[in-house]
Design a protein. Structure first.
Lengths: 326, 309
């Protein structure tokens, strides 16, 4: 049975629909990537699931966690899920920690909330967590303030805070976007290791396919508020079938190709207020036909495995891309 | 740290010196005390004697140096009207002014901040719109209009409260109300926007994602951050405690600093005006220092990072 089951999740801001019915399942212990351009609804999906969107957002559909509905549930019930069952870390680590409280206090707050630890017990556990996420000399730095840590260390602290509740699922919302490349790799390693150690499930939200492949078992590609393709990492990278997924792979610069031109996906993401009637990607798609412009392709299971929403999917396997990313 | 304190203190002194120098020059350019005090028909020898008595015939720079020497010796001069020490005259008026401004400040803080925070937490609700409307009403109505309207309603029409004077605590109600309403409006609006700004910060989302109850998110994470800008504004209000309110004291014939300054300026009673300005400048500067220290206490990022370290 899946741990989280999202069905037909729709979100609108001020009457503008930004999420058009997301279906997603997360099994216990599984790592799932959520990939797409900025504004495609990757983060909104999980912010909506945890009730973290501002009040003006209208959320419809269903998010079940072990069979219990979260959407429309009383506030206390949602608060009991946050941090304890599903923890979330965000993309701007330096401003995601409260600047006026010591980091130790912020970690201890989670420990008190989820494990009932107080005083010295909470403090030693907080130091243990800081050690675990790789903060050097945690015992002395526990009393420092967030601004006294680097961005990468702030992200480690946020991960420590997330682990404090021993969550079953960690949603990492672009955790490495604000960090430089070496730190990015360290944080990805840390997340993979922690998942191995704790057995928690993970949702990794990113626009970085390389990062997703390093961390996840499975990935869903999102475009303009819909999931357009979903598959195991291996199959998705070997044979991306949605033209948008292929476009994302083509846009990755090839290290061996010398000074070849990049292949961007032409055009831009459509304005959510003016989405085309049919497939949202049709305007940017080389394979689009009249059918695509008038009808919305549904996300259907494929014979070869995975899910796909496209009338004219690519057939040819693209094994070289696996090579390219390696 | 001591060096940091010393620089702060030196800057404060410099500020006061600048204010005093400016006041000194402007006062001497703006009219002849002899003419004003003795009247236009005074005989010339009386005017000359007066000018000689107060050193008004000396060149301006000599008067200025003499004034600085006095200041350095904590001699604030005597009133030209009755020769009583200027500082004494001013200090006698301080309690009456504080009797109005301190309760008014309390009201501003106790009503303005909670109203603003409440509005921010219930954004776009009826209560929020109500707070915005009332606060705009509060700080756009000039105190001379508000004061007169309050007198008209509560003193003249309803006859519940006295229209002016100082003869018991209930005489203070209308002046305090007049003074506090504008400040409540300003503080409510300011607290609201500070709070809305903070509630949109990523660390608030983190606190919520942690599973903290909303009450704790507000009290432990949002308010301590919103306090920084609010304290700035309250600091200005604290600095203005002594300055009182010229208009309100005049409307309600309240014998405070505000009345004294009006009378002394009208009479060109130089020493008294200078002394009042000195006291006001000193209290403003003190309040600013307090705000600086409050910043450090509220926000660790500002600790020791203040300019002049």
């Amino acid at each position: 049975m899946s741990f989280v089951l999202i069905r037909d999740l729709k979100v609108a801001f001020d009457g503008v629909q930004v999420l058009h019915g997301i279906d997603l399942e997360i099994a216990p212990g599984e790592a799932v990537g959520l990939v797409g351009e900025s504004g495609c609804g990757k983060s909104v999906t999980w912010l909506a699931a945890l009730g973290l969107l501002p009040g003006k957002a209208q959320v419809r559909g269903s998010v079940m966690i072990e069979g219990r509905e979260l959407i429309g549930a009383p506030r206390a019930q949602v608060e009991a899920v946050r941090g304890a069952r599903i923890a979330m870390i965000f993309q701007d680590p330096s401003s995601s920690l409260n600047p006026v409280h010591r980091v130790g206090r912020q970690i201890c707050e989670s420990l008190r909330l989820h494990r009932g630890l107080r005083g010295a017990a909470a403090r030693s556990q907080a130091i243990a967590l800081m050690d675990m996420v790789g903060i050097p000399s945690a015992a002395t730095r526990i009393d420092l303030y967030p601004h006294e840590f680097s961005g990468g260390q702030c992200q480690r602290l946020l991960i420590a805070m997330a682990l404090a509740g021993k969550p079953d699922l960690l949603v990492a919302d672009e955790p490495t976007t604000a960090l430089d490349a070496t730190i990015q790799a360290q944080i990805l390693d840390l997340l993979s290791n922690l998942r191995r150690q704790t057995g928690m499930a993970m949702v990794f939200i990113s626009h970085d396919l390389g990062a997703v492949s390093a961390v996840c078992d499975r990935a869903a590609v999102m475009y303009a508020g819909r999931i357009v393709e979903q598959n195991d990492i291996g199959r998705l990278f070997d044979a991306p079938r949605h033209p948008y997924t292929r476009g994302l792979f083509d846009a990755i610069p090839d290290l061996d190709a010398g000074r070849a031109r990049l292949h961007p996906v032409p055009g831009t993401v459509p304005d959510p207020r003016k989405l085309p009637r049919g497939c949202a990607f049709s305007a940017r798609c080389a394979a689009a036909s009249g059918l695509c412009q008038d009808h919305q392709p549904e996300l259907r299971p494929q014979r070869q495995g995975g899910l796909l929403a496209c009338f004219h999917p690519a057939q040819e396997p693209a094994a070289r891309r696996q090579e390219m990313l390696a | 740290m001591p060096r940091f304190l010393l620089t702060k203190f030196a800057r404060a002194m410099l500020t006061i010196l600048l204010v005093m120098s400016f006041a000194f020059i402007v006062l001497r350019l703006s009219g002849d005390p002899a003419q004003v005090l003795l009247g236009p028909d005074a005989p010339q020898d009386a005017v000359d004697a007066f000018r000689a008595r107060w050193g008004l015939n000396d060149p301006l720079w000599q008067q200025y140096l003499a004034y600085l020497r006095q200041l350095a010796a904590f001699d604030f001069g005597v009133s030209m009207r009755d020769h009583s020490p200027a500082l004494q005259l001013v200090m006698d008026r301080v309690p009456a002014t504080l009797a109005l401004t301190v309760p008014a400040l309390m009201l501003k803080i106790c009503i303005g901040i909670p109203a603003g925070v409440y509005a921010a937490l219930h954004r776009e609700s009826v209560a929020d719109r109500g707070v915005i409307m009332l606060s705009i009403f509060g700080f756009t109505i000039p105190s001379f209009v508000l004061g007169l309207v309050l007198v008209l309603v509560f003193a003249v029409k309803l006859d519940w409260l006295p229209a002016g004077g100082q003869d018991g605590w209930h005489y203070a109600i209308l002046p305090i109300a007049t003074m506090s309403i504008g400040g409540i409006g300003i503080l409510a609006r300011f607290s609201r926007s500070a709070m809305i700004e903070v509630l949109g910060q990523p660390y608030i989302r983190t606190a919520m994602a942690k599973g903290l109850p909303w009450r704790d998110v507000v009290w432990k994470h949002a308010l301590p951050n919103a306090a920084v800008p609010i304290v700035t504004l309250v600091g200005f209000m604290v600095g203005a405690l002594i300055a009182g309110a010229v208009v309100v004291e005049s409307i309600f014939s309240w014998p405070g600093i505000g009345r004294l300054i009006v009378v002394s300026v009208a009479n060109r009673d130089l020493a008294v005006v200078q002394c009042i300005l000195l006291v006001i400048a000193a209290s403003m500067v003190m309040a600013n220092l307090l705000v600086d220290f409050a910043y450090g206490a509220l926000d660790p990022r500002l600790r020791g990072a203040a300019p002049g370290r």
